[in-house]
Design a protein around this ligand. Sequence first.
Ligand code: PLV
Length: 322
Amino acid sequence: MAEHFHLNTPLLESVSMSKRVGATVYLKMENSQPSGSFKIRGIGHLCQQLATQSKGVVCSSGGNAGMAAAYVARKMGVPATIIVPSSSPQLVVQRLQDEGATVKIVGKVWDDANAEALRLAETEGLTYVPPFDHPLLWQGHATMITEVAASLGPGVKPGAVLVSVGGGGLLCGVIQGLKDTGWSDVPIIAMETVGADCFNAAVKAGKVVTLDDITSEAKCLGAKTVCTKAFEYSQRSEFTIISEIVTDQEALQAVETFLDEERVLVEMACGAALAAVYTGLIRRLQEEGRLPSLLGPLLVIVCGGSSVDMKQLATLKHKLQT
Ligand code: PLV
């Protein structure tokens, strides 16, 4: 078996984004991973540790964790059952089936699907693969940052890192990676959409809270409760985590601008992070003194996403009237 399932992804400089931000912008192209997102890093690592003797894995997902689990399971020769909520687009179900997984649609949002995944793990003796809340996932995701350090070379350090937050697994992995690299002082801008903003709600409330519903179209950010570890990091003084939200319209507009300018189609979950550049949020944070006015390179995690194609993009544009 290969040593790991993920690839060392390109780190690209974006001229158009750099112009907008007024600092060099580097894109970590996690969209080019097998299965279409960063999730393969953590899920590959977790499955290698927990699923080698498994009779099957079960993963609850908004889409991308499921794609990663299905891919890894196929490579390991283990059956995969992926539980998605009814809010996941049909194209996700199709892509999961193409990957060889058994797909079950349960409930309205990810939290409902997760309850079913936990039940199946228990009753069928399957290995449960969580999409965001597990130390092995964070350890796997952390390789993203060690790769960036190797690509940038000695003496170059990001001025800030821009990520999307769903359940907080990517955020925890990035922080783990920053710690591993000796970059714990690098500020992180943690982006969500209105209506899928469980991290922002927790930061505002000063405690982990559960959203009533997911009303955003960025379904892959749609966890109602952020993982405890992500909230704990937000409370620790050694890290600077700036939690911000954008509208669905801004996230979708960012997807389109990114497609035009970088020639890459990503989903809205990723657009939430990209919107921080395109809406001028980064500049605003600098003006407010929350980011340094002379910013070092901005590292953007292009987390990717398999929940989009041109038809889905058109559907979202119609729904959100952009
Ligand atoms: N998506 C999870 C959780 O969904 C999933 O099941 O695939 N960017 C993309 C493209 C994603 O798919 C996700 C998570 C994130 C960002 C956020 O990562 P997280 O959940 O680790 O914060 C409900």
